[in-house]
Design a protein around this ligand. Structure first.
Ligand SMILES: C[S@@+](CC[C@H](N)C(=O)[O-])C[C@H]1O[C@@H](n2cnc3c(N)ncnc32)[C@H](O)[C@@H]1O
Length: 238
């Protein structure tokens, strides 16, 4: 079950990540589900360095903001050139994402929206962020991963890849698993779960889970899911 009834994830997805730090990705890309998904051809990740599109010997990518203020901004030309070059590397135009704390906050609904795309082109900022004309001229979907500031867009980009690929059919071992995750199943938090042993340091697994009665177990899980959501995340019930 997803947050939206008409949810139809893509069968496979290509990510183009535009960054100043491509070397941050290989470790992440070579582990777990992502590694398997890449091997199966369900996920394809291409890394591109903005620096390769910067002019001159100095390969300057950033400059001081007009009007003053701290830090440096990513300049228009290398970012526009990189996006325009990367776009034509594959026949699908793709959806352009810009990572910025001022964007639409990432939640499961947005993750589902993104998982329906066949190609995502992701712009990772650094320094104090992007010259605003990059937003104006390229019209990306601006995405924030939360109300806090990261040092760059690379970790947010991994977060997007990580959350989106879970929804691509065949990426998880158990197809049903992502459907019952928190936020996906009716938009609620997941119910508590337990594994062996039945008792640990005096804490017992609830008896109902040991009965084998599927109807009762399902009922208990529904109630716990609602109770936990009401206790911790009233906003989800609203
Ligand atoms: C240090 S941040 C710049 C923050 C910017 N000066 C501001 O206050 O909005 C550098 C880059 O990290 C990325 N970033 C930082 N926090 C983020 C967040 N919460 N969501 C998405 N991207 C983020 C963006 O790509 C941003 O351009």
């Amino acid at each position: 079950m997803s947050t939206c009834e008409s949810f139809q994830p893509s069968e496979s997805i290509r990510f183009d990540v535009l960054t100043l730090f491509p070397d941050m990705f290989p470790g992440y890309l070579s582990q777990g589900h992502l590694k398997r998904a890449v091997e199966q051809g369900k996920v394809d990740v291409h890394l591109h360095n903005f620096r390769d599109y910067a002019p001159g010997k100095r390969k300057q990518i950033d400059d001081r903001p007009f009007g003053g203020g701290p830090g440096m901004l990513m300049m228009c030309q290398p970012v526009f050139d990189c996006v325009e070059d990367v776009r034509q590397m594959s026949p699908e135009p793709g959806r352009l994402l810009m990572l910025t704390p001022t964007g639409r906050k990432l939640d499961q609904k947005l993750v589902e929206e993104l998982a329906q795309e066949t190609r995502l082109i992701v712009l990772c900022g650094r320094y104090e962020g992007f010259d605003d004309r990059i937003r104006e001229g390229l019209e990306p979907t601006e995405v924030s991963v939360g109300d806090f500031i990261c040092n760059g867009g690379e970790v947010p980009a991994m977060l997007i890849i990580d959350t989106v690929i879970r929804l691509i059919p065949g990426v998880l071992n158990d197809e049903t698993s992502s459907r019952y995750d928190s936020f996906s199943h009716k938009g609620l938090l997941e119910h508590p779960q337990f594994t062996r042993p039945r008792e640990f340091r005096g804490m017992r697994v609830p008896d109902v889970l040991l009965t084998g009665n599927h109807r009762e177990i399902e009922e208990w899980q529904k109630e716990e899911s609602l109770r936990r959501t009401a206790e911790r995340r009233q906003d989800l019930l609203e």
